[in-house]
Write a protein that binds this ligand. Structure first.
Ligand code: PYC
Length: 334
């Protein structure tokens, strides 16, 4: 095998990094994005690890493989992944994608239709850095779900879909301060392990791989602060686009935020996404609720969240994958 050259553009959205692969990706065929994700996972997982993991990347990095869309109404396709595996959808990554495409001169301010493995999202570039994302339909599956941690602590939370599965906890008795990120990470990972032990999943058995803790905002400029634990053990520096979507679905279900009103979600590092929701149409609802298994019901309306945030390009490079390199395919810590 000769050296593989991978062309990438790096950005960050509210502090959370994204690496968009613009050339040098594996051939995944021309099927729907959900099928291409399976091909990537089954036949080219080493490639994901090479691009994301050390020594070329890090645990906090989210990668996005830019693809030709399958749906002809879309402008681009994208498959997101991280150090642990594959994301269904990624909000901060889509905002990063748009700033990257603008940097490359491939989009202008206006709406771009982006195909993901779990549906089409619309990303509106408002200026070079600011993006408004109309996410996939989101909804709350269960409310007041208790889980027992290994030390006996009982935690209660909601389970919601925002493009990924989230367990959302508001009452935990911890302050959400950046200097405590290691304790917060350990706590969130304990919750995830408790959910796994108890066999608690999203609808249709979907793995709950994101844990979201909420607390009061530190700035007077936001409604709430969150700490989001991602599947690979790194915390999200941004307020998490799919996590904020899951939160909006819960607020709608509880009647705590009217349709169209703005919710300002602050991250653990102080970056802010603005979110709002509208009721999903019949087709969108039916598609979203297709995740439900037999006998399962949603505990709130299906909403379409809109998330606005900012991203900046941080670098442009060619990664080199040499077969003779003992760490060619990255260091897999999990
Ligand atoms: O913004 O949706 C998001 C996200 C998921 C994981 C990291 N960021």
């Amino acid at each position: 095998m000769s050296d593989v050259i991978v062309q990438v553009v790096d950005s960050h959205t509210g502090g959370e990094p994204t690496r968009i692969i613009i050339a040098g990706g594996p051939d995944l065929g021309s099927g729907p994005l959900s099928e291409r994700l399976l091909v990537l996972r089954e036949r080219h997982d080493e490639y994901r690890s090479a691009v994301i993991n050390e020594p070329r990347g890090s645990d906090v990095l989210v990668g996005g493989l830019l693809c030709e869309p399958y749906d002809r109404s879309c402008d681009v396709g994208i498959i997101f992944f991280n150090n642990a595996g594959y994301l269904h959808m990624c909000g901060h990554g889509t905002i990063g994608l748009m700033s990257t495409l603008y940097w490359l001169g491939r989009v202008r301010p206006g709406v771009t239709r982006v195909e993901t493995p779990v549906g089409i999202v619309e990303a509106e570039l408002l200026d070079a850095n600011r993006v408004r994302l109309r996410n996939v339909p989101s909804w709350r599956y269960r409310t007041g779900v208790s889980v027992t941690l290994s030390d006996g602590e009982e935690v209660c939370g909601d389970i919601a879909w925002g493009g990924n599965w989230f367990y959302l906890v508001s009452r935990h008795g911890r302050e959400l301060q950046l200097r405590d990120w290691q304790n917060l990470s350990a706590y969130a990972l304990e919750i995830r392990a408790g959910l796994e032990r108890a066999g608690i999943t999203g609808a249709g058995g979907g793995e709950i791989d994101h844990i979201e803790l909420f607390g009061p905002a530190a700035s007077g400029n936001a409604d709430s602060r969150n700490f989001v634990m991602c599947p690979g053990g790194a915390y999200d520096r941004s307020p998490c686009g799919t996590g904020t979507s899951a939160k909006l679905a819960c607020l709608a279900a509880d009647g705590r935020l009217p349709a169209g009103a703005i919710w300002r979600q602050e991250s653990i590092v102080g970056s802010v996404f603005e979110g709002s929701w509208e009721l999903a149409g019949e087709l969108e609802s039916a598609a979203a609720l297709g995740l439900l298994g037999v006998g399962e019901v949603a505990t709130g309306p299906v909403v379409v969240p809109t998330i606005t945030g900012s991203a900046w390009v941080t670098g442009e490079s060619r990664l080199i994958l040499q077969e003779s390199d003992p760490f060619c395919h990255g260091i897999r810590s999990i």
